[in-house]
Design a protein around this ligand. Structure first.
Ligand code: PLP
Length: 354
């Protein structure tokens, strides 16, 4: 495709905007009027367009349905009090999409095309970005293999789509997590570091088991020994032991979260001690027994920061200090919330105006 691509816009004739109750949004239940679509055919991305949000018509033999060449991203757009729309670190998401594509032998997407598609879509659907406090427009870019064939091999054709969903503040209090020491979500050398659909399918049964035991989420451990902490279902994790923040190093089994990266940068900027390294369940238990486990929280696009109140490790339950006693995570949460609402200085240059 030529360097500068023309995005054709086909507007809906029947907007659903008036039917949306922006005061009572449920996560992922409503979809905005339009979507961005571009196809990869014969080695080129072609026909980029904005169309009404609609169903896809696919063959039962479409390879994504069988062999799992499906990847996605999740990011958010915010409206400030002046009505301006900004997205948190969109280029990072475009880059991570391509990391995912490369690992699954899929076509990579030029970053300019990702950004132009996103900007055009948000212009067309700007009224779908909620202005209510704590609300945002969740953006879901996705890519699927569209070959019509049987047989395991990298597809030759792909479809990239961006659609969006207005969502409310995700805040639902702190969570209880259960360390998983039997099942594995991801192993070194596998696909845990990318956003591949299959990773999430593999997490469902252990997540259900954790819910049945009264926990909210699984705390994944390494696939080899089940000794070291990795991450939670849709968030990276950080701990504070004494005065040091510790987050598991990412490697190939942990998603390199964009919120994680941002929080590490903030911690460094504010002069906190932060380490990216292996962290064992034993070390957590010991720190808790010595009253040194000061904080535990998850980081991710959905919730920004979610405090962890309890960590189940076998028969032991570690109880964390009350949320209001946690200095760093509250400070980071407050800064990111105000930044996204356009009320804090963007000294890192993370908010991209659309
Ligand atoms: C498995 C997993 N870990 C961590 C995260 C957090 O990543 P990010 O901060 O980029 O949203 C997500 C969400 O994307 C995720 O799905």
């Amino acid at each position: 495709m030529a360097e500068k691509h023309e995005i054709v816009i086909e507007r809906t004739s029947s907007s659903r905007l008036a039917q949306i109750d922006f005061a009572n949004l449920t996560f992922g239940a409503e979809f905005s009027d339009h979507m961005f679509v571009v196809d990869y055919i014969d080695g080129q991305w072609v026909n980029p367009k904005i169309t009404p949000f609609q169903n896809l018509s696919v063959s039962p033999s479409m390879t994504a349905l069988h062999y799992g060449q499906t990847i996605f991203e999740g990011l958010k757009a915010f409206k400030n009090t002046e009505g301006e729309i900004s997205v948190f670190r969109p280029l990072e998401h475009a880059k991570r999409l391509n990391t995912s594509a490369e690992r699954l032998c899929m076509a990579t997407l030029p970053e300019e095309l990702f950004m132009d598609g996103l900007k055009t879509l948000l212009k067309v659907d700007k009224d779908w970005v909620p202005s209510e406090e704590g609300c945002s427009l969740y953006i879901r870019p996705m890519m699927i293999a569209t070959d019509v064939a049987l047989g395991v091999s990298p597809a030759k054709s792909y479809k990239f789509i961006i659609f969006t969903s207005p969502v409310a503040s995700y805040y639902a209090g702190s969570v209880k997590v259960l360390a998983e020491t039997e099942y594995t979500r991801a192993a070194e050398g596998g696909t845990g570091f990318i956003k591949a659909g299959g990773n999430y399918a593999a997490s469902l049964l252990p997540a259900k088991n954790a819910l049945d035991k009264g926990y909210d989420q699984v705390l994944w451990t390494d696939g080899k020994e089940h000794k070291y902490v990795e991450e939670c279902g849709t968030m990276n994790v950080m701990f504070q032991i004494g005065d040091t923040l510790i987050t598991p190093a990412t490697g190939t089994s942990v998603l390199s979260g964009i919120t994680r990266k941002s929080i590490i940068a903030l911690a460094q900027h504010w002069g906190y001690k932060i380490e990216e390294r292996k962290l064992s369940l034993e070390e957590l238990k010991e720190a808790s027994a010595n009253d040194e486990l000061k904080d535990a929280f998850g980081t991710g696009t959905a919730a920004t920061i979610t405090h962890i109140s309890h960590i189940g490790i076998g028969d032991t339950v570690l109880e964390l200090p009350a949320e209001n006693e946690r200095e760093f995570s509250n400070k980071a949460q407050d800064y990111l919330t105000r930044l996204k609402a356009g009320q804090a200085e963007d000294f890192m240059g993370w908010m991209e105006k659309m």
